[in-house]
Design a protein around this ligand. Structure first.
Ligand SMILES: *Cc1c(COP(=O)(O)O)cnc(C)c1O
Length: 406
């Protein structure tokens, strides 16, 4: 039985519950795992609910990593200053740069020479000079197995480290921009502390070489993230007991004055900060057999919990019930597409229509990473709580997220 069953009864399913106490606990755990002088950027895409983002912000050391004008609006609503936002993404348009710079964003990650020039043109038009970090795609391909690698291969993200010497002189002279440092985000969801530490050591060493050998200006060094929490499956957040001291010694070696802010060091995280604070409750609508296979049809599918549906990734969705698993069945959603599968052939307890299932660790990449508008079902309700206290209930209206086209 779910601890949130009474909320499911009151607000219906599918229902997301976000507990701000747990979000704050995750933030404190991550801060404690990092050296004190390291800034933390919250990747708003992990959960753009404004109250959740505000809970992440809490302490003054947390800033926002955003990648659209929609995320900028969320960040500002959540209390982040525009000046504290880092604006990233490979496809920033002139129109959105205009809005971002107009609202006061002054730090951008430039993902290509063309991106940098476009940022500069818009900044110039506003009569300002903005700080740009060069996002670097390291040539070294590290063998990490169980994480999502973002660099080392051809990519729309960042500048290839091996050709940086050729393009850097030109990049230091782009009107409207001032090169302020480097941005790395080589992996997401690192399974173990060793590979995370190895990646950070590699990044710090590479940044130091770019600074010393090529003269890349380095006031801010964003070394990325990769902090891990189970996704839609039970289990605790990863623990990083050695990270702090390993990072300190790598930084001491490469940047003897980093403790004085030369350069300032930053990390980024989305899922770790919000993943375990969220729970998805779904209702069983139907149970059916087809050719010796059992299907449990839920009222939540890839329209509610898409698990980044575009990636075609099947969720490892496991459910929490007191009952022992007695059957193997697939968890499917209500949509008219065979792609609406949350989990295939997983052990489940005996289930009947009306039962409520609880998917734990569902606070990151939930509604906003789902096919919200597909088949026109209402978005799930989102309830924000602190322990037993309900703070707010809301529901995304996808037709209003960006308003009418003008
Ligand atoms: C998505 C993203 C993040 C957050 O990733 P998590 O795995 O959720 O921590 C951070 N930085 C950048 C640049 C990203 O694109």
């Amino acid at each position: 039985m779910s601890a949130y069953a009474h909320l499911a009864e009151r607000y219906g399913t599918p229902l997301y519950v976000y507990d701000l106490d747990r979000v704050e606990a995750a933030r404190e755990a991550l801060k404690a795992a990092l050296p004190e002088a390291v800034d933390l950027f919250y990747a708003v895409k992990a959960n753009p609910h404004a109250e959740v983002a505000a809970a992440v912000r809490g302490a003054d050391r947390t800033r926002a990593e955003i990648s659209s004008t929609g995320e900028l609006a969320v960040a500002i609503e959540a209390g982040f200053a525009a000046a504290d936002c880092l604006y990233t993404g490979p496809g920033k348009t002139t129109g959105e740069l205009d809005v971002a710079i107009g609202r006061g964003v002054r730090t951008f990650s430039a993902e290509s020479p063309g991106d940098l020039r476009r940022i500069g043109r818009v900044a110039d038009r506003h009569g300002v000079v903005v700080d740009c970090l060069l996002r670097v795609n390291s040539a070294a391909a590290k063998a990490t197995t169980s994480s999502i690698r973002m660099t080392g291969a051809p990519s729309q993200f960042g500048l290839d480290s091996e050709t940086l010497p050729d393009v850097l002189p030109e990049l230091t002279r782009v009107p409207g921009t001032r090169l302020a440092g480097a941005h790395f985000f080589p992996l997401s969801s690192a399974a173990d502390e060793e590979s995370l530490i190895a990646e950070f050591q590699h990044t710090i060493g590479l940044a130091a070489r770019l600074h010393e050998d090529l003269g890349l200006p380095l006031r801010l060094l964003d070394i990325g993230g990769g902090f891990s929490v189970p996704y839609a499956t039970p289990g605790p957040r990863a623990r990083y007991d050695k990270l702090r001291s390993e990072l300190e010694s790598a930084l001491d070696t490469s940047f003897p004055r980093w403790r004085d802010g030369e350069p300032r060091i930053a990390c980024e995280s989305g899922r770790y900060l919000v993943g375990d604070g969220g729970t998805l409750l779904c209702g069983v609508v139907n149970v059916k057999e087809s050719r010796q296979r059992r299907f449990v049809v839920l009222d939540a599918g890839i329209n509610t919990f898409g698990g980044l549906s575009g990636l075609g990734r099947l969720l490892p969705a496991k459910i929490s019930t007191a009952a022992e698993p007695v059957q193997v069945a697939s968890l499917v959603g209500p949509l008219c597409t065979p792609g609406d599968v949350l989990a295939r052939d997983v052990p489940l307890p005996d289930l009947a229509p009306g039962d409520v299932l609880e998917i734990p660790n569902a606070g990151a990449y939930g509604p906003s990473a789902s096919l919200l508008a597909f088949l026109g079902r209402p978005a799930p309700a989102e309830v924000v709580v602190r322990g037993d206290e309900v703070l707010s209930v809301s529901r995304l209206d996808y037709r209003r997220v960006y308003g009418p086209a003008t």
